[in-house]
Design a protein around this ligand. Structure first.
Ligand SMILES: [Zn+2]
Length: 275
């Protein structure tokens, strides 16, 4: 009995002693800092998390299909310094073409000190995406001069409007084999939009009859754009290595400035930031 009382008093003493005086560090302290609990400390109550729907970004609003709206970001140069050097033999001389570093190394073309892609291209691609409910895949938007030469160094491509932000290559996912339907939508856009159909300059599309050895399909054109259809084995370059037919839209006329869109060395080589 005496032993039990002694043990109890020893335990009480230890407990009370532990509360009234700060404990001394153990003789063989573990590595790291010793943490002491304060007497007024309370456990933090964490509110249970409830899922919430975030607010829409502007480009998602009023969106009728599940795909993000096409913006000028979709047009950034597809160049990459990881792409292999492209060798070309010309006049018994081997020419080497290196790709650019891509959009991490340079901007889009500029207008009024802002990155600029001709808005009609963005509007048309969004129209196609909304009407079809399918994703538009931009394979080639802006090409800086290095990337343009890397894709195709032939003289015919040296004045490419891809360098001005005035040309785009694309196909529609899920409609890869129906490019004619997509082109019909582009033609329909001009008949629908009041800006065009009520304009005195409105004209129906015509077919470009001049022979082009690289194309089996006659291109379409009106005052503002020029539309080409590249079939499965046509127009294959490094950006268009996919196996599908694709459509190219080129801007001929700047509706906003009321002037033709023409290539110039300054616009292609000097009108973007390099970083
Ligand atoms: Zn580039």
């Amino acid at each position: 009995m005496k032993k039990v009382t002694y043990a109890l008093s020893l335990l009480m003493g230890l407990l009370l002693g532990g509360c009234s005086s700060s404990p001394s560090p153990p003789s063989n302290p573990p590595k790291g800092e010793y943490l002491f609990r304060r007497h007024d400390e309370q456990l933090v109550q964490i509110e249970p998390m409830t899922p919430f729907k975030r607010a829409s970004y502007p480009w998602e609003e009023d969106w009728q299909c599940n795909y993000p709206k096409i913006t000028k970001d979709f047009f950034r140069c597809q160049g990459s310094s990881l792409n292999p050097v492209h060798l070309m033999e010309k006049n018994k001389e081997v020419l080497r073409f290196y790709d650019c570093g891509g959009s991490q190394k340079h901007s889009l073309p500029l207008r009024d000190q802002k990155e600029f892609i001709y808005p009609i291209l963005i509007d048309l691609l969004n129209y196609v995406q909304t009407k079809t409910g399918k994703r538009v895949v931009v394979t080639c938007g802006h090409c800086c001069p290095d990337h343009n030469a890397y894709l195709d160094s032939s003289p015919a491509n040296q004045a490419s409007k891809h360098m001005l932000g005035a040309e785009v290559d694309f196909y529609v996912q899920g409609m890869e084999q129906q490019p004619s339907e997509v082109i019909n939508l582009i033609l329909a856009y001009y008949r629908e939009q009041p800006k065009y159909k009520e304009s005195k300059d409105f004209e129906e599309f015509k077919r470009y009859e001049k022979e082009d050895k690289n194309l089996r399909t006659l291109p379409w054109y009106n005052k503002e754009i020029f539309v080409k259809l590249f079939r499965k084995e046509e127009g294959r370059d490094f950006d268009n290595r996919h196996p599908y037919p694709y459509i190219s839209i080129q801007v001929r006329y700047d509706w906003e400035r009321d002037e033709p869109v023409t290539y110039s060395w300054d616009k292609a080589f000097r009108n973007f930031h390099r970083w």
